[in-house]
Design a binder for this molecule. Structure first.
Ligand code: AMP
Length: 112
């Protein structure tokens, strides 16, 4: 089932896009949890890592490289950043379209 991120991909609702190519999109999180908080998503709709398959092997690799590319574009690769992906309810996943959070721009607290 499609999510709000599909509407962002299709430009049906606005987002502050920081990077886009044929396969991936990166945009600012609407409720930032750090000074810099960007979400990186594939345009292909995959629910989360648990739903990914062997067929997604290349896409997942490229997704990670795209995260690193976006971090360089944001200028946080040297100072540092955290990458998080939530899977299902105990992790607090709210949007069921796989996404990596990039958190940066300040010293980040210890993770739960
Ligand atoms: P998660 O809890 O890992 O599923 O993360 C979903 C993230 O999407 C949350 O951090 C939300 O703040 C963010 N989010 C939800 N709707 C939007 C939106 N329309 N534009 C940007 N970020 C959003």
């Amino acid at each position: 089932m499609s999510t709000i991120f599909k509407k962002i991909i299709d430009k049906e609702i606005p987002a502050k896009i920081v990077y886009e190519d044929d396969e991936f999109l990166a945009f600012e999180d609407i409720y930032p949890a750090a000074k810099i908080h960007v979400l990186v998503i594939p345009k292909k709709e995959i629910k989360n890592l648990d739903a990914a398959t062997e067929e997604d092997l290349m896409l997942l690799g490229k997704l990670q490289l795209t995260v690193a590319k976006v971090a360089r574009l944001l200028g946080v690769n040297e100072s540092g950043y955290r990458v998080v992906t939530n899977i299902n309810s105990d992790a607090g996943q709210t949007v069921y379209h796989i996404h990596y959070h990039i958190l940066a721009g300040e010293k980040l607290g210890v993770m739960a």
